[in-house]
Design a protein around this ligand. Sequence first.
Ligand SMILES: Nc1ncnc2c1ncn2[C@@H]1O[C@H](COP(=O)(O)OP(=O)(O)OP(=O)(O)O)[C@@H](O)[C@H]1O
Ligand SMILES: [Mg+2]
Length: 267
Amino acid sequence: MTTMRAQRSATGATSAAKGAVLVAERVEMTFVSPDSSLEALAEATVALAPNEFVSIIGPSGCGKSTLLRILAGLVRPTGGRVLLHGQPLTHPHRQIGVVFQHANLMPWRSALRNVTLPLEIQGIAADIAERRGREMLELVGLADFADALPRDLSGGMRQRVALARALVHDPEVLLLDEPFGALDALTRERMNWELLRIWEARRKTVLMVTHDIQEAIFTSDRVLVMTARPGHIRAEVAIDLPRPRSPEDLYSPRFMELSHTLRDLLR
Ligand SMILES: Nc1ncnc2c1ncn2[C@@H]1O[C@H](COP(=O)(O)OP(=O)(O)OP(=O)(O)O)[C@@H](O)[C@H]1O
Ligand SMILES: [Mg+2]
């Protein structure tokens, strides 16, 4: 049996948002240039409950990255609003860590010094920042690579450094934009596994944008499906696979069934 429901009505979404950590409420985004305007998002509503792992899938260009940037407080929507614990969010907040599709590391800084950068900017004492940075590198399995420069790390390792950097403030919310999109299938599976391990150890609220249905099902409590642009959430599929997940889940009949449901919704 498939658990699927359409997006709640706007009012329903608002009441469901009570107790939510982070909410995008009927968010709209229109990009205006001198000779054209482009409607990227139309009344997109997302509410993340504490410790939930939610994924968003949708066609290319439907506004997923735009929605994630709005939820991160990096971009102001042209309509609707974002609430962090019920308070309007208008700027990046240290309770929200973000990982983009490309690691965006500083090429001249070591892995450790990339991870400690947000703490340095904040004026945290160097010895405390270093201790914290090393802890984070250990968490993502890179303790032995603290002094390596980004160019000497593999793509998967660079993404792990970016993840460690996003986690260094111990944010409550982690927003991930196709963090493993550029990796080969096996490395990606391993990274999903690592991400779940970190999520289980640190109990974060996670929202991950992905193109990969398997990755979305394997990691998430719920998968949100977006429409083509202007994007909004057209359906939500509850992932009722037991936790902790195991690589064997990928071959279970229920996993296949959920994959079919999501594939049909994306068509
Ligand atoms: N800063 C911007 N100025 C103008 N248009 C933009 C801007 N950012 C995004 N867009 C447009 O908004 C639409 C949604 O873009 P967005 O990057 O959010 O899509 P996406 O769903 O993340 O796509 P993909 O799956 O390919 O990453 C696209 O048509 C894009 O061209
Ligand atoms: Mg994108």
